[in-house]
Design a binder for this molecule. Structure first.
Ligand SMILES: [Zn+2]
Ligand SMILES: [Zn+2]
Ligand SMILES: [Zn+2]
Length: 778
């Protein structure tokens, strides 16, 4: 045998091993890493991608092969996540040299596609260096950064499977691509000004507004002049304008029909972000991470840049992100240093990602369009996070995180015949929808898909589902959906032709999601504060104290029902919800106290009372969302909420940090009676007690309700693990104080860390509950 010098010891035997590496290992520079590692250890063999991940064959001295295997797991590339390495011995073949071979197509699909990653420091340096051939080139990327999820059509992840397939690499790019020592070795979206996509600044008719190489100066000048620009990014179009220009921001609000909901900002750099907001070390880490999410930051009371009042009216936070593509980096260098960057979708419709549609749909919204010819295969909104108690929490989990897997506890083998649990689709909710594909321990949540009311929203859902099924290879045969008979997500899921449909109660799904992402086995107490969810008794649920496991639950306590006048319309008219609660808990006469507080709305309140007395269109409801809406409306904080959870967030924003005790309430039987609380809030509001004090005492009361109900649940069940879930827990005030009080009382408190507590995390719980309930014979 002709052994290569050094490959074997003197007369030593050769060994050959096959290694299959699973996890996030494609599109992250894993093969070049393996190549270099094999060179270092002087091993022969090859490496390639296939549907399982990365497959390696190595041959050499036993010690060298062992050392190679160790290094493989110990020092992978920065964006890689090695989930598992499976190895087996093969007979040596005497192979010479080490090669990277073309991808193979196999049967099994467990490879994980990486999320889109923000531009790395090295690529940033390239585009800002006048001597570099990629100076000012807005599509610069390497194996450590760039678009992935949004440009990959299928796996294995290779250039022909991406939206870069139509661009042929120039000799310089091809050399980098084929050089294992280069940072761009097998970087599939690799490109340069000579061969890659390009940017244009155009009007709504698609006509150029400047010379090809003048787009940057021209776009920046328009932003400085107060114009609104539609900017095509990595997963969507943004609408951008100068965040310090009140006229521009107010105009953007008008054209977008968005009255109150805060706009996200993009700051030139960390220093600029610090001028307008406080940035803790954990927040800095999130801002500068490859995911580059929007981070909710505490506003500075005396900002170093005058943020326009219309950016985020009524809240003490600002949603800030840093430039995460070369295009953004370049634009923010020349444009004003703080831009509004809000997703470019007409109100209620999914985010725009196709050029032709964006030009026509955003025509009335933007003054000019910064577009490019690298197609976005699937749209993906920005993620939104906040740091509460030193930990990252998701409000929206999307770009930069999707399709990263969430590991859930392994399902037990199904008793009849020991069959493995089937693959499940969690269909999600109708608002803030995400869906979830689950197989075994692998849960993959989709990007934020928003509302499913419109046909566009539903088409977007189907497209995203088809895409994610391809990328993950998960083919669900069981669909989990909400119990609500009118849910569009449930109807969509049923229309997919699954063998089995498993309905999961809304708040049980929230609780399951919290248990699953925390790896909990067995049972827990669930404290779920939420907007509205369908209860099996036909009432609107949403202030739930549950106990149980993934499969089933018991209702330990809930907020006492009150009629919800006008049903869903009460969501937009919180004084009506307030009237319903006051009517039910304090009597019809007491509704007049509301009119005393809001004389300008006396007519509406009186009409509502008549509806209540007559019992017309007043379904019973007990939800935290409506309770928070009602109290915020009583206090005049938020009379016309325009987004879910707005009341809870705004109450928390004004509330005293250390409130002066709780208001009274009663826990009677299974019902939490809010009568005394409402009475006290009405009295304090009438006496003009400062809203900060009332809001603080109200929130403290909700915490006291939760603690008392959790203690009751512990007595009844012996359980002491508590899950906090539901959209109301987006309020940092509530999350912090509820968790703190419960821990003081000896509970182990589980919070959401990997998925949002609101409906963006719902699908995970639906999927896990259905997986556990499935018996193969439904
Ligand atoms: Zn890079
Ligand atoms: Zn090139
Ligand atoms: Zn919910």
């Amino acid at each position: 045998m002709a052994a290569v010098a050094g490959r074997t010891g003197e007369g030593g035997a050769l060994v050959r091993r096959e290694l299959i590496v699973e996890g996030v290992v494609q599109g992250v520079g894993f093969r070049p890493f393996v190549y270099r590692l094999a060179q270092d250890h002087r091993l022969a063999g090859w490496v390639c991608n296939d549907e399982r991940g990365v497959v390696i064959a190595v041959e050499g001295a036993p010690e060298a092969v062992a050392a190679f295997e160790q290094d493989l797991q110990a020092k992978p590339p920065s964006l890689a996540v090695v989930a598992r390495v499976r190895g087996r011995d093969l007979p040596p073949t005497g192979e010479q040299g080490f090669r990277i071979v073309a991808s193979q197509r196999g049967e099994e699909r467990v490879a994980t596609v990486p999320a889109d990653a923000a531009t790395c420091a090295a690529c940033r340096a390239d585009i800002l260096d006048p001597a570099n051939r990629r100076y000012r080139y807005p599509f610069t990327n390497c194996t450590h950064c760039g678009p992935r999820f949004t440009i990959i059509k299928d796996i294995p992840y290779d250039r022909p499977m991406t939206t870069m397939a139509t661009f042929t690499m120039c000799p310089d790019c091809a050399r980098e691509y084929h050089d294992p020592a280069d940072r761009r070795f097998h970087a599939q979206p690799n490109a340069c000004p000579a061969c890659g996509p390009s940017v244009r600044l155009v009007d709504a008719a698609g006509r150029d507004l400047c010379a090809p190489d003048a787009w940057l100066e021209a776009a920046a000048a328009r932003l400085r002049a107060g114009q609104i620009l539609a900017v095509k990014g990595i997963g969507a179009f943004h609408l951008a304008c100068d965040a310090t220009d009140e006229v521009a921001v107010a105009r953007l609000r008008r054209v977008k029909h968005r009255r109150h909901r805060p706009f996200a900002l993009m700051a030139r750099d960390l220093e600029t972000a610090r001028l307008v907001a406080h940035v803790s070390p954990e927040e800095e880490q999130a801002l500068t991470s490859p995911a580059a999410p929007i981070v909710l930051l505490q506003r500075r009371s005396a900002p170093g840049l005058p943020v326009a009042p219309s950016v985020a009216p009524g809240v003490d936070t600002l949603g800030v992100m840093l430039p995460y593509t070369p295009l953004h980096i370049l634009l923010l260098q020349q444009a004003p240093p703080l831009l509004v960057m809000t997703s470019g979708n007409p109100s209620g419709l999914p985010v725009q990602f196709r050029e032709e549609e964006a030009l026509s749909d955003l025509a009335g919204l933007a003054d000019a369009f910064l577009v490019h010819n690298r197609p976005i295969h699937v749209p993906c909104d920005d993620s939104v996070v906040q740091v509460v108690d030193g930990e990252l929490r998701f409000l929206r989990r999307s770009r930069g995180y999707v399709p990263r897997e969430v590991a859930v506890p392994a399902p037990p083998l199904v008793p009849n015949g020991g069959r493995a649990a089937p693959a499940v689709l969690g269909a999600g909710g109708d608002l803030k929808n995400t869906f979830c594909l689950l197989q075994g321990r692998r849960a993959v949540l989709s990007q934020h898909l928003g509302d499913l009311e419109t046909e566009e929203g539903q088409a977007n859902y189907r497209r995203a589902l088809d895409h994610l099924r391809r990328l993950t290879g998960i083919r669900p045969t069981v669909v989990a959906c909400d119990m609500h008979p009118g849910y569009r997500s449930a109807a969509l899921a049923r229309s997919l032709g699954a063998e089995t449909v498993v309905p999961v109660q809304h708040h049980h799904a929230h609780m399951s999601a919290c248990m699953a992402e925390n790896g909990l086995e067995g049972e827990a107490i669930g404290l779920v504060l939420d907007g509205t969810g369908y209860g099996p008794d036909g009432a609107v649920w949403g202030f739930e104290v549950l106990a149980g496991g993934y499969e089933d639950f018991r209702r330990i306590a809930h907020l006492a029902y009150s009629p919800l006048p006008g049903s869903e319309a009460a969501v937009r008219r919180p004084l009506r919800a307030a009237a319903g609660m006051v009517w039910a808990h304090l009597g019809s006469e007491a509704v007049g106290r509301l009119a005393d507080l809001h004389p300008e709305r006396a007519g509406e309140i009186e009409n509502t009372r008549r509806l209540l007395d007559a019992g017309i269109n007043c379904p019973p409801a007990g939800t935290a969302g409506r309770l928070f809406d009602a109290v915020a409306a009583l206090l005049g904080i938020c009379l016309e909420p325009t987004y879910e959870g707005q009341a809870a967030i705004e109450l928390g924003a004004v509330a005293d940090r250390a409130p002066d005790g709780a208001y009274p309430f009663r826990l009677e039987g299974r019902e939490i009676q809010p009568g005394p609380l409402l009475d006290a809030v009405l009295a304090d509001a009438a006496r003009r007690v400062p809203v900060e004090a009332v809001a603080g005492r109200f929130l403290a009361t909700v915490v006291a309700m939760l603690v008392e109900a959790a203690c009751r649940a512990r007595e009844e069940t012996g359980l002491s693990v508590v899950c906090l879930s539901g959209g109301t827990f987006n309020s940092p005030w509530l999350l912090h104080h509820a968790a703190g009080r419960l821990e003081e009382r000896g509970f182990r408190v589980l919070r959401h860390r990997l998925v949002p507590p609101g409906d963006g995390g719902l699908a995970l719980g639906q999927a896990v509950s259905a997986q556990r309930r499935w018996r193969g014979c439904v």
